[in-house]
Design a protein around this ligand. Structure first.
Ligand SMILES: [Zn+2]
Ligand SMILES: [Zn+2]
Length: 311
């Protein structure tokens, strides 16, 4: 059954990539996925069992890819939770998640940026406490099975919902919608980033996005962002990826456009992506840029499972 589903997914991806003229790119990516499937999963260096800390103002724990457990005072949220061993049943996890879902004993919000397999993952959602309210982009609720969460909210870009003093605002991203490829056109609003504000602290979670010279300046004008979680991969092939995914250089342009104080990179190291020459390529480019731009104090590269507390 699993292999039939995987085959259907594969066929859908082939159809979509052929339609968009990306078939040679597809076969290069598949080559990496097939060769990578034999690689042993790296253990996470950190795997704390009590991630929720009484009295903390802000803490950020990188679970891997775009999944972060974030605590702002008494509120706990998770972004694009993925704990599974593969996504879309073809892209295998390369490093263990930096946290077990069972260690999350309190959860207020689940923030989902878009519907792609590496961001909306049903088994991972099902492993979380159902006390949380789920936030999705427009059209996202239809893709969410009935898992028993307290509440499901869809947000259009620039729209906010306030709950328990936390204001969550969806903001535009430059990516593509849908989940299965063929539905990208009908779900062309189903991808966003989010700004989360609570007790004077403002965090920006970009989701998946390419660079845009106006968009992030506009977000920066509307919000005073302390911490920006920004994607740095996949990098290659740049001609194709740059439309929908920032590399390190572009992520740092977003960081500057936002006027944010601190950046934490995401969307790398966890799954095989694009045709990057190695799994550390995106991070290597970021480290070069940090050095060139003297950003050592402002860009924090977390290890998988590492938790950073902010004063
Ligand atoms: Zn995506
Ligand atoms: Zn993604």
């Amino acid at each position: 059954m699993k292999s039939i589903k995987a085959l259907i997914n594969l066929i859908l991806i082939v159809v979509v990539l052929n339609l968009s003229g990306c078939s040679s790119f597809f076969f290069r990516v598949m080559g990496r996925i097939v060769s990578g499937s034999a690689v042993k999963v790296e253990p996470a260096r950190y795997k704390i069992t009590n991630p929720i800390i009484p009295g903390v103002g802000l803490s950020v724990l990188w679970i891997g890819h775009s999944s972060f457990l974030i605590q702002m005072y008494d509120k706990v949220l998770i972004t694009d939770p993925v704990f599974s061993q593969s996504v879309g049943m073809v892209a295998k996890r390369l490093i263990e998640p930096g946290l077990d879902a069972s260690s999350i004993t309190k959860l207020d919000f689940v923030i989902i940026s878009h519907l792609h397999f590496d961001h909306l993952n049903y088994s991972s959602l099902n492993a979380l406490p159902k006390s949380a309210a789920v936030f999705l982009p427009e059209g996202g609720a239809e893709y969410l099975p009935e898992l028993g969460f307290k509440q499901t909210n869809e947000l259009l870009p620039w729209h906010s919902i306030e709950q328990g003093g936390v204001r969550i605002t969806a903001v535009p991203a430059k990516h593509f919608g849908g989940r299965y490829g063929f539905d990208a056109g009908i779900r062309n609003n189903s991808f966003v980033g989010y700004v989360i504000e609570y007790k004077g602290t403002t965090i920006y979670f970009a989701g998946d996005t390419g660079y845009d010279p106006e968009l992030f300046k506009e977000i920066g004008k509307r919000f005073s962002i302390e911490l920006a979680l920004l994607p740095i991969g996949p990098v290659e092939p740049r001609s194709f990826m740059s439309r929908v995914h920032t590399d390190a250089k572009e992520a740092l342009k977003i960081f500057a456009d936002l006027g944010a104080q601190i950046m934490i990179p995401m969307h790398y190291r966890t799954f095989i992506q694009g045709t990057d020459s190695s799994n550390s390529y995106a991070e290597e480019l970021l480290r070069q840029q940090i050095e060139q731009q003297h950003l050592e104090d402002r860009v924090i590269i977390l290890d998988v499972g590492e938790q950073r507390l902010f004063p």
